[in-house]
Write a protein that binds this ligand. Structure first.
Ligand code: GAF
Length: 382
């Protein structure tokens, strides 16, 4: 499928710009467990997938840069010497943000021509934005010989998201998209920004993503609010981040904070512990424990951290009713997007049919169902 995507951007690029481009593929990600832990310096368990963004890019001889978003059929022209975030810029701000953050590092970025297209469903919580940022930072690094490491590049992508898209995200999405390993998920320590790959083999089970096809408006502001709450509580505790706190620590300041903030901080502490338990259960291939931890993660995200929504809770409830689904939870920032489910392989089709029908009846709209392969991170394509 990605071959098709690459072919499309190559031929569109040649038609527009008449030269041979450099091609980059940058994947989206899933996350097995460890949600909203990354900006708390905690642990997460993401993996790059076989869906993502393909980018064709080459230097431009003129003093104009041009980016063509093939899926949207939109072209944006700008000069790299004069970069500012755009109001309601959408995808343009990710491109501009990467250029601006490279310039902040003192890198000289000339003008360039580019075409990109993707096959990650937008708003699904599968990190199409990190894939887009990573494709550009990787492509520009190659094109202008900037000498950045992959670690440098993900920090550029993250800052682009903070300063040009306004989302104070952690590092998980950019990391997984850049460093993904085929057939593996990465136990990521978000403090050291290092990971351990775990080969994934769920035997008779597989992962199913169910996209609720909703994205509620408050997702960005609520995300930044959650981050502020965590920082406020850490400050009160006199620590750098909630990764360093236990429930006992939190209980000591319980009367100084609201119950809402207490619940949120407690969720982060518990979720961080769950990631550690998850990595132990993966080593033993204990699917029952993995599944239970996934369900507990959803419960915490929905009840304590309050980043779920009616549609996601509905999808997880349908999974829970089915004895062949060992675990299900919302994935990513929340307020819409996907659930991730661990389901018996031979029950995939039956559950797909049943849950689709029930979802349509409840919400008068369709959900979309995918299976994904765990894949390598951002790379050049020949
Ligand atoms: C979004 C963010 F971009 C990530 O950094 C992470 O916090 C995630 O939400 C929640 O785990 O995808």
């Amino acid at each position: 499928m990605n071959k098709k995507l690459v072919k499309e951007i190559k031929s569109s690029f040649t038609a527009h710009y008449k030269t041979k481009p450099l091609i980059v593929f940058s994947p989206g990600r899933i996350n097995l467990i460890g949600e909203h832990t990354d900006y708390n310096d905690g642990f997460a368990f993401p993996a790059a997938i076989n869906k993502g963004i393909a980018l064709a890019i080459s230097k431009s001889d003129s003093n104009v840069s041009s980016t063509y978003a093939l899926n949207k059929n939109e072209i944006y022209e700008f000069n790299t010497e004069n970069i500012k975030p755009l109001e309601d810029g959408g995808w343009r701000n990710y491109v501009l943000g990467v250029v601006a953050e490279l310039q902040m590092l003192g890198k000289n970025i000339g003008n360039f021509n580019s075409v990109f297209a993707g096959n990650i469903p937008g708003g699904a919580g599968m990190s199409s934005s990190a894939a887009l940022e990573n494709s550009f930072v990787f492509g520009l690094n190659e094109l202008f010989d900037l000498g950045l490491t992959k670690h440098d590049m993900i920090l550029v992508s993250q800052k682009a998201e903070h300063n040009y898209a306004g989302v104070k995200c952690g590092i998980m999405d950019q990391y997984a998209s850049m460093f993904g390993v085929k057939k593996s998920a990465l136990l990521l320590d978000c403090r050291t920004i290092e990971s351990e790959p775990f080969k994934i083999n769920f035997k008779d089970y597989k992962l199913m993503l169910i996209n609720s096809n909703v994205k509620h408006d408050l997702s960005e502001s609520a995300y930044n609010d959650r981050r502020s709450v965590c920082e406020k509580v850490s400050q009160l505790l006199g620590i750098d981040a909630l990764r360093d706190a236990s429930k006992e620590d939190l209980d000591r300041i319980k009367s100084d904070i609201s119950d809402e903030d207490y619940q949120k901080a407690l969720y982060v502490i518990n979720e961080n512990n769950r990631v550690k338990l998850f990595s132990e259960a993966i080593k033993k291939n204990d699917l029952i424990v993995l599944g239970n931890l996934i369900y507990q993660s959803h419960e915490g995200l929905s009840t304590n951290y309050k980043v779920s929504c009616e549609e996601l809770d509905f999808l997880v409830a349908r999974a829970k009713e089915n004895p062949h689904v060992l675990g299900a939870r919302m994935m990513g920032g929340g307020f819409g997007g996907c659930t991730i489910n661990l389901i018996k392989k031979d029950q995939f089709k039956k559950f797909k049919k049943g849950v689709s029908k029930k979802y349509r009846a409840a919400f008068k709209k369709d959900c979309s169902i995918y299976s994904v392969k765990l894949s390598r991170g951002t790379h050049l394509v020949d």
